[in-house]
Design a protein. Structure first.
Length: 202
């Protein structure tokens, strides 16, 4: 059975437990970039009051609240384990576009999950090529994105920074004011896992 909903001009559909986002040429088109490791460590792996995100609910929230037509979920590297493959499938079924960090063969035994440079490059590349989008939403608490955020604000291309963990969000962003950032903890009831559903990190 298919489920339909019209969210601020974005039509989304759930088919066979997969979210399909449909767009039109007239709506506002925003892009979201998620730092997967930062998101996971700030929610499911936090030391105090860990909680898990329902990825489908989160993807729908991004569409409804921020007009996100594409959401890029960046991960550090590709793993071959069956557990990892299940997580990748879950992320993609929720409507996110998976992006893995590239590593040379010499780095296979020493891979890191940092994806900040990849996200920054991807955003700047889209700006350079003048791709059709309005603004950027970032999901991370890493201070390494501060210069990018400042530039995007200057260019009127920045919408929001969503911090996975309030305690460990970089203090560099405080000067921006609440207009430009929010905490996922504030919307836990909207994007958190319900008992009958699975999530990343469960």
């Amino acid at each position: 059975m298919s489920t339909f909903a019209l969210a601020v001009g974005i039509l989304w559909r759930v088919i066979d437990k997969k979210i399909i986002i449909m767009t039109n040429n007239e709506q506002v088109k925003n892009l979201a970039f998620l730092d997967g490791q930062n998101l996971h460590m700030g929610t499911a792996k936090r030391e105090i009051n860990p909680w898990s995100i329902d990825l489908m609910r989160f993807r729908v929230y991004l569409a409804e609240k921020y007009n996100v037509v594409k959401a890029f979920y960046h991960l550090g590297y590709l793993q071959d384990s069956s557990r990892a493959q299940e997580i990748y499938e879950r992320i993609q079924n929720a409507g996110f576009i998976l992006v893995f960090r590239q590593h040379s063969e010499a780095m296979i035994g020493n891979k890191k999950g940092n994806v900040d440079s990849d996200i920054i490059f991807s955003v700047m590349k889209r700006l350079y090529k003048k791709e059709d989008f309005e603004k950027i939403i970032l999901v991370s608490g890493d201070g390494d994105y501060k210069s990018l955020v400042d530039f995007l604000i200057e260019e009127n291309k920045f919408e929001k920074m969503l911090f996975p963990n309030k305690k460990f969000a970089s203090s560099l962003y405080k000067k921006l004011g609440s207009r430009y950032f929010d905490y996922l903890e504030n919307i836990k009831d909207k994007i958190g896992v319900k008992k009958e559903k699975g999530s990343l990190g469960s």
